[in-house]
Design a protein around this ligand. Structure first.
Ligand code: ADP
Ligand code: MG
Length: 241
């Protein structure tokens, strides 16, 4: 489904990532690990088409995703719709004046009826257990509450692929447990999950496979969760990146 071969992206003279090879199948749950600044967010933004590769090749469902593809809005509409991207900082993602409006914003632009939009909003509020936040201003919520709203607002679009960039950062154990449970539920429902983290234990129960970035902005290791369970010292390393 997602295949990147020898991919590289730079910000001016600053390397985002280089020589990255990655392949993710539909329905998999994969974690991108690595220390701060190693390239995780840049890679996730490339996968969803916010950036195009400067070197190498990105193929999504047999379609090459490059500058030309991404500059045509006939392509990008259907392409973007497959992804739900939960940004590392939820406050950049939330801009409506109520949680209800925040969740309705995406589906309203899909041309659904008012009733269908509200049904999706209600379902997602319930799934994330945040019905109580419906009339609150997203900007005023706590970090954990904002993260749940950001996830819910992505799920109202019913994307096939859900990408979460360090979703556990700064959250209390209670919120971490809730998000873990929801991600598991989505994975069991057949969604493809791509999550980034620098604490292995936070994603241990969630993923099938892990890619590991080095400080040098490239992926140096790809390993299954089962293989990892036999490698306590590597787990320890991955838990303290
Ligand atoms: P991670 O998500 O693993 O912490 P990033 O993908 O955010 O890492 O960053 C990878 C590298 O790209 C880092 O060296 C970072 O400083 C650099 N970088 C990220 N965003 C920008 C930007 N907007 N402009 C310049 N450099 C950037
Ligand atoms: Mg990041």
């Amino acid at each position: 489904m997602i295949k990147i071969t020898n991919g590289a992206y730079t910000y001016g003279s600053q390397t985002g990532f280089h020589d990255v090879n990655l392949q993710i199948q539909s329905g998999e749950a994969v974690c991108i690990m690595g220390p701060n600044g190693s390239g995780k967010s840049t890679l996730l933004k490339t996968i969803v088409g916010l950036f195009s590769l400067e070197k190498g090749k990105y193929v999504f469902n047999n379609q090459q995703i490059d500058k030309t593809f991404l500059s045509d809005s006939d392509n990008t509409g259907p392409f973007y719709q497959q992804f739900g991207f939960v940004f590392q900082n939820s406050d950049v993602q939330l801009f409506n004046t109520s949680v209800n409006d925040e969740l309705a914003f995406g589906p309203e632009h899909l041309g659904l009826s008012k009733e269908d939009v509200q049904q999706r909003v209600n379902d997602c509020l319930k799934l994330l257990k945040i019905e109580r936040l419906r009339d609150r201003v997203p900007y005023h919520l706590s970090g954990g509450e904002q993260k749940l709203v950001a996830i819910a607002s992505v799920l109202t679009m019913n994307p096939d692929i859900i990408i979460l960039d360090e979703p556990f950062n700064g959250l209390s154990p209670k919120y971490r447990a809730l998000i873990t449970q929801i991600v598991k539920q989505l994975h069991h429902a057949g969604k493809t999950i791509i999550i980034s983290s620098h604490h292995f234990n936070q994603i241990r129960s969630l993923v099938d496979r892990v890619y590991v970035f080095s400080e040098d902005h490239t992926i140096t290791r790809e390993i299954t969760a089962d293989q990892l369970e036999e490698m306590p010292r590597f787990i320890d390393y991955l838990d303290n990146l």
